[in-house]
Ligand binder design. Structure first.
Ligand SMILES: Nc1ncnc2c1ncn2[C@@H]1O[C@H](COP(=O)(O)OP(=O)(O)OP(=O)(O)O)[C@@H](O)[C@H]1O
Ligand SMILES: [Mg+2]
Length: 268
């Protein structure tokens, strides 16, 4: 193995300030696909909506310690970790409590570094190959914490009319984070989501994004697929709910493309 398994943990912020573009779906299903090929994966739910926690079947009652306590320094991330039904896949859950973190941290020193410090514990660094941070739909202090902590940002992008404008703002934000906090922050890749082959606009947007960002855009495209949208209400990744559906197959392909690109990055 020549990817993160050798190189140490790879922390990836799954981010886009636009709501409903497939951040959580990507974190859950990419995480599941990486775990299925033997990588040790943590999904860190950094969204007060708690959709990654719900989508992985972790009930509120089983979220005693969450990303909120870890950010506030009231617990370690290791204490917040819960197992999921998927071997090799652990979760740091969240609840609505996390919505208070921004205000509570506002006058705290090193408030943008809270997550980085929590993730640098040996219990995390030594025990995981990939950490996927599911960010909220906002460029707030939570997302900033994720970008300060991360090696890279993975951007799910829905193939729709305003996609490129939202992307420019996100790229500017990543530049600012590089300048002020995290010079090494990379773009892991852009993944086109909810692609609809019957819709000409989907094609046009995909071509524009590839023209703009070139090889940073994954070859793998995630199709719009009803099985993907059904899976969370069963508390299961789509990959478990129906591994044969087109959406699950696309996430399996995305995971192998990501691993292939990681090998190339590490070899370079
Ligand atoms: N490829 C897909 N095909 C069909 N439905 C999808 C697909 N990807 C995501 N969805 C559905 O679209 C909705 C939004 O997806 P998701 O929750 O992953 O987006 P998000 O970016 O995390 O949203 P938020 O910004 O609220 O956190 C969900 O209901 C999800 O099940
Ligand atoms: Mg989400």
């Amino acid at each position: 193995m020549t990817d993160a398994a050798e190189a140490g943990v790879r922390i990836i912020a799954v981010a886009n300030q636009k709501g409903g573009v497939g951040k959580t779906t990507t974190a859950i299903n990419l995480g599941t696909a990486l775990a299925a090929v033997g990588r040790r994966v943590m999904i860190l739910d950094l969204d007060p909506q708690g959709n990654a926690s719900t989508g992985l079947g972790i009930e509120r009652a089983n979220r005693a310690v969450t990303s909120y306590e870890a950010l506030m320094g009231e617990a370690t991330l290791a204490e917040a970790l819960v197992d999921t039904a998927i071997p090799n896949l652990s979760l740091v859950p969240s609840t609505i409590d996390l919505s208070g973190a921004e205000l509570e941290l506002v006058d705290q020193p090193r408030r943008a570094h809270r997550l980085k410090e929590a993730l640098s514990a040996p219990a995390i660094v030594d025990n995981f190959d990939y950490v996927l941070i599911d960010c909220p739909p906002s460029l707030n202090l939570l997302t900033l914490n994720s970008m300060v902590a991360a090696h890279s940002v993975l951007v799910p992008l829905q193939c729709e009319f305003f996609a490129l404008e939202g992307l420019s703002l996100l790229l500017r934000t990543i530049d600012q984070v590089r300048e002020s906090f995290n010079p090494a922050l990379e773009i892991q890749g852009i993944v086109l989501t909810m692609y609809d082959a019957r819709n000409n606009l989907s094609d046009q947007v995909a071509a524009d994004v590839r023209g703009f960002l070139g090889t940073k855009v994954y070859d793998t495209v995630i199709p719009r697929n009803v099985r993907i949208s059904e899976a969370p209400s069963h508390g299961q990744p789509a990959l478990i709910y129906d591994h044969r559906c087109a959406g699950s197959q696309a996430y399996i392909k995305l995971a192998s493309e990501l691993l292939r690109r990681e090998e190339a990055r590490i070899a370079a």
